[in-house]
Design a protein around this ligand. Sequence first.
Ligand code: NAI
Length: 445
Amino acid sequence: MKIDYTTFVRSGPGKFIAGKTGLPQPTDLPRYTDRPQPILGPVLVLGTSGGTEKIASQLVDWDGDVRRHGDELDKIGTIVVVLDEIENPTDIGPIIRQLPAAFKKMKTGGRVVTLSRSVTSEDPAINAARSGVEGFIRTLAKEARKGTTANGILIDDDIEVTASSVIGALRFFLSAKSAFITGQTLRVSADGGGLPTLWEQPLACKTILVTGAARGIGAAIAATLTRDGAKVLILDVPGSGSALADLANEIGAIPVQMDITTENAGERIVDELDKRNLVLDGIVHNAGITRDKYFVNMSDDRWDVVVDVNIAAQLRINDILLESDKIGDDFRLVSLASTSGVAGNAGQANYAYSKSAVMGMVAALGPILAERGGTANAVAPGFIETEMTGKIPPVQREIFRRSNSLKQGGLPLDVAETVSFLCGLPAGGYVGQTLRVCGQNLVGR
Ligand code: NAI
C-alpha cells in the first residue's frame, strides 16, 4: 500500500514523529465550496481611525459578526487591523495590544488582513511606520497555524479606505478563494472600476480569452471564470484537440485551436472575435512551458522556445489587440508569472527569465491600460499540484511542496480564483502588480 506524506503525518505514529522532529503538518485548507460565505466569523476589527468605523460597517453589511474586543470570544474567524492613519512606528503598539491573545484563538482557515497606507511618504517617520506593517504581516503569516492566512492591503494616499479596489481586495482576502495566498500585500493605487452588482457572478456579461486552457491551471481558470459568469474562449495548441473540445462542452466555452507562437496569432484572435461578433473584456496569458537544464548545458533551442511561448508571443498578441477595436474599455490583462521568476531557480534560467519578464511586462502595461480604464497584473504561482510539477522527482517534489508557510502545494483552483479576482471590476485599482499564490513560499519576499 502506498502511503503519502499527509496520510502519514496524520496517523498516530506519524503525528508523534512529526511533533518530536518538527516535520510539517499541513491543514486541509477550506476552499470556496467549503465556505462560500464572504467572512468567517466572529470578526475582530482593530483600529482607531475614522476608516476603521467605515470598514467595520462594511463587514456588518456582509453579515459579519463584528466585534471591537476579542476578550469575550472563545474562537475568532477573522481579524481586520486598520492602520491607515499611523504616522510613527510608536503608533501601532496601542492598536494591536489585543492581537496576540486574539491570534491564539483563530479558527481553522482563519483570516488576518491589515489595511495601511502605501510606502510612498517622503516623511521618514511616516514611511517607517508604513513599511513596518509589511514585515509585521509577513511574520504573522509565518507564525499562523491551521491554515490561517495573513495579508495586507496597501492604499495610496489619495485613495479612500472605502474605494472599490480596497473593498474588493478585502473581500477576496477574507474569503476562502484566497486559501493559498498568505504573507502577501496588494497595493491599491487607483479607485477601481466599481463593485459587482452580484458578488456571486462578478464577471457577468464579460468575455475573456484564456490561453493554454486545455488542461492544468488554464482549464481551472476557464472553469472558474465561467462559474463567475463570464463567457470564455479557451485557446490551446491544435495537438490538444480532444481535451480542449471536452472542456468546451463541459463548461460551455468556445474552443480556439491555435499555437500562440505562430507569427499572426494576434490577427487570428482578432478574426475569431470578429467572426463571432465579440469584444474581449479580458485576456489571461496562461500558456507556458518549461525546458529545464542547468544554464551551462542550456541549448539555444531550449532558451528560445521558452522565451517565445512564455513572453514574446504575449507581447506580440497584446500589440495587435491593443491596436484593434476588439477590446473593451475596462480591459483586464492577467499573465502567469512564477515564483521562479521572483527568486530564480537552479535549472530554470530560461523559465525564470521569461517569468520575470512577465512581471516587467505588466508593470509597464499597467499604467498604459489604466489610461483607458483597464488593468494589467500578473499572478505568480508557487508549487501547484499539476502535471508539470508531477514530473519533478519525488523527494525534490516533496521538499518543494512543503517549503511554504502552509506546508502544502496549492491547487490549480487557487490560481484560478486569483485570476478571476483580477479580472473583476474592483481590480481597476491594481496597476501592474504581481500577486503571489504560493502559501508564502520561502523563496523571494
Ligand atoms: P501545463 O503544462 O499543465 O499546461 C500548459 C498548457 O499550455 C497546455 O495545455 C499546453 O498545451 C498549452 N500551451 C503550451 N504552449 C502553447 C502554445 N504555444 N500555444 C498555445 N498553448 C500552449 O502547465 P500548468 O502547470 O497548468 O501551468 C500553467 C501556467 O502556470 C504556465 O504559464 C506555467 O508556467 C505557470 N506556472 C505553473 C506552476 C505550477 O506549479 N504548475 C507554477 C508557476 C507557474
